[in-house]
Structures are given as structure tokens and as C-alpha cells.
Design a protein around this ligand. Structure first.
Ligand SMILES: [Zn+2]
Ligand SMILES: [Zn+2]
Length: 249
């Protein structure tokens, strides 16, 4: 399996990163729809696109207004957008308000609130609520070939036994790491993760591979969150997501 990193920044783009969007070509699934989604057409293969939204904040949804160009370049028969009902309503009411962006995409809007699990083609999806202003959800994707992925962004990082069990021993754990340790209290206040929190989650949940996402756009160096502190505490190969990166798992 592989996943393309189309946008790896949190909050706003910078010279090298767009905002959150990841694409699984074998499954036709995008994780979030930040500004990085404009890169999607060259990677699209099938006739359908399913977008799993973690929440409604603009760095994860602004790209929904780019879908007109995406389907102009690569026509799609079906677009399905998944998320919590309150978030989907907010997007349709505000992002697609006639005075903000006048054309709502021709898509089906699928609320996950009453679905513990659901399937998208061959992919089985489950989700969990996370701590973040307004709330966000993490997704767990499983395939018949045994591969498992957890996407957990915009969260302070859940160290409860229940959550750790839910994401235990996945092939790829995608976890946000917006802040360094020195900003841990600001991270908690703003509902984001920091180096030691992610290190703890990785050490206790044993992913085979760990991809750090939602990178602080004010960080321009190669090592924005002291990755070695995370790597030292777990056996998983630990990578910092970069735009254009393709990760196999
Ligand atoms: Zn975000
Ligand atoms: Zn957010």
C-alpha cells in the first residue's frame, strides 16, 4: 500500500508545504481536504473519490472549494465526503455560503455519527473522537490484505488505554506533531500534539511505521520537532511528512 502526502502543514501553507491532504491511490480515499488537494488530479486513478474529514477547520477543508478544477482535469463519477454531521453542516452552510464560495460540489455528504464502522470499497473504516477545539476524529483504515493505518490529526494525543488499543500495532500511524516540547503547554491549549506526547503514544502503541504530520508552518528546518526524541523511544521507522512524499506501508 502507499499514501501520497499532498499537504503536510498545519494551519497555513508556507513555501514548501500546503495544508493537510493525503491520498491512498489503491483505495481512492483522501484524508482531509486542505490546500494540498490541488495536487490530486495527476494522482487520481479511478472514477470515485472518498474524502474522510477529521474536522471542519479551514486547513482541512478549504480544498473542497477546489473540487471544480479537480474534476475538470480528471472527471469523477462519484465524490463522497465523510465526517461528523455537525462539521458537514458547518461546511455546507459557511464554506459554501453564496458570499464565500458559490458552487457546492456535486458530492454526497455522509455523516458518520451513527456508524461505528463503514466500508469504502474494500476499505473498512472506523473512527474515534479526539480532543481539539470543536472536536476532531481519528480514522482507522483496514484492508483485506491485513494492512492497517490510523490517521490522527488535530488532537492533543490520546494516551488512554482504550485509544492506544485502538491504534495498536498498525502498519502506518499518521500522527500530528505540531509543536516541539518547549511549546507543550501551548499545544495543550490549542488542542495539538508535541514531541514527547507523540513519542509516548508511539512507544505504547507499537506502529510499524510512524509518519509525523500537520507540521508547524513556521518551522523551516529539516527536523521541526526533534524527531530523534520520538525515534529513541520506539522501534518504528519515524518520518516527517513532506509535500510530494510517497510512503509505502
Ligand atoms: Zn489543522
Ligand atoms: Zn483543527
Amino acid at each position: 500500500m502507499k499514501i501520497h502526502c499532498l499537504g503536510t502543514a498545519g494551519y497555513h501553507p508556507n513555501e514548501s508545504r500546503q495544508t493537510s491532504c493525503y491520498y491512498l491511490p489503491e483505495s481512492g480515499i483522501a484524508l482531509d481536504a486542505g490546500s494540498g488537494i490541488y495536487r490530486l488530479p495527476e494522482l487520481l486513478t479511478g472514477q470515485s473519490l472518498d474524502i474522510l474529514l477529521s474536522h471542519a477547520h479551514l486547513d482541512h477543508t478549504v480544498g473542497l472549494t477546489y473540487l471544480l478544477d479537480i474534476i475538470a482535469i480528471h472527471p469523477l463519477e462519484k465524490i463522497r465526503i465523510w465526517g461528523e454531521s455537525a462539521k458537514l453542516e458547518a461546511i455546507r452552510e459557511h464554506l459554501f455560503h453564496p458570499l464565500i464560495f458559490p458552487v457546492c460540489p456535486d458530492a454526497s455528504w455522509n455523516a458518520i455519527d451513527d456508524l461505528d464502522t463503514f466500508t469504502i470499497g474494500e476499505t473498512k473504516v472506523s473512527w474515534r473522537r479526539q480532543q481539539h477545539p470543536g472536536g476532531s476524529v481519528a480514522y482507522r483504515l483496514e484492508w483485506a490484505n491485513g494492512k492497517r493505518l490510523v490517521y490522527s490529526t488535530d488532537t492533543t494525543g490520546d494516551t488512554s488505554a482504550e485509544s492506544l488499543n485502538w491504534c495498536r500495532e498498525v502498519d502506518l500511524l499518521m500522527h500530528e506533531c505540531y509543536f516541539r516540547n518547549e511549546a507543550a503547554s501551548w499545544a495543550e491549549e490549542t488542542g495539538h500534539s508535541w514531541t514527547d506526547r507523540v513519542a509516548e503514544i508511539a512507544a505504547l502503541s507499537h506502529p510499524k511505521k510512524l509518519l509525523l504530520t500537520h507540521v508547524n508552518p513556521l518551522e523551516h528546518g529539516a527536523n521541526p520537532v526533534e524527531t530523534e526524541l520520538i525515534q529513541n523511544r520506539n522501534k518504528a521507522e519515524t518520518l516527517i511528512a513532506e509535500d510530494g512524499m510517497e510512503v509505502s506501508f
